[in-house]
Design a protein around this ligand. Sequence first.
Ligand code: PAF
Length: 285
Amino acid sequence: MKIVSVVEEMKHISRSLHVENKSIGFVPTMGALHDGHLSLIKEAAKYNDYVVVSIFINPIQFDEKKDLLAYPADILRDLEIAKKIGVSVVFKPTVNEMYPSGFCTFVDTEGLPQNLCGSNRSGHFKGVSTVVVKLFNIVKPEIAYFGEKDFQQAVIVTRLVKDLGMDVKIAVLPTVRADDGLALSSRNVRLSGLERGDALCLFEAIKNAKMLVASGVTDATSIKKSCLRIINAKKSVKKVDYVSVVNRDTLLDVPFIDESALLAMAIWVGETRLIDNCSFAECIV
Ligand code: PAF
């Protein structure tokens, strides 16, 4: 496994692979690798000749310095995991390598980031879009892999690739959950024992919402109210950023549940922000 920190070296490797007609599957991450990342890496390995994983805690997508400083980082562990699973190249640039002095070009998708996480995390998706475009230009993958847990991110990246005519296919894979249902996230390592238990309220809310829809309830207000009841009953939940029912493509609020509806939630459990979501296609009666 190659470990690369310099942009020009990564570009050179990608160019050489393409000259040899080899395809690159790319998994962008901020490290603290977990089974969710591993499912993306495995999928990338299935459909591509080489797998590149980036590990870069992107400072410009954090709206709060505190959140950036608290983001889990363990590069030695990550490198070991990546090597074991057969990653071909880990690209782990420094902040200065990605944003050298004078950097002033940003990518923004209008509209899509305004709702959900965009309304609570100002500039977050501009930071994500900018780094993703930059990483795609450096790694030049055929296919890039994202998780459905970060649903809004996946919608925005899919949109910007289409709008900018970029030559990369976006694959979005299902959320990977722990045995008890908690969606895997790098942030989970920050939860205390009590918080880890309370964080399950997101999955409980999802199960309950699906049960309601399966029993014929389709109005979004009732679904949201029932989710909030479950979430707010937990002691460690400090704040609810949003519980929304939106259209999967536009991310705009919708009044009723149908095949295109998505329940999306973001809450703070202690000092940790967690998100989760689900669709209802399989439970609509
Ligand atoms: O989902 C993430 O880990 C990040 O937002 C990404 C896509 C690696 C961009 O920094």
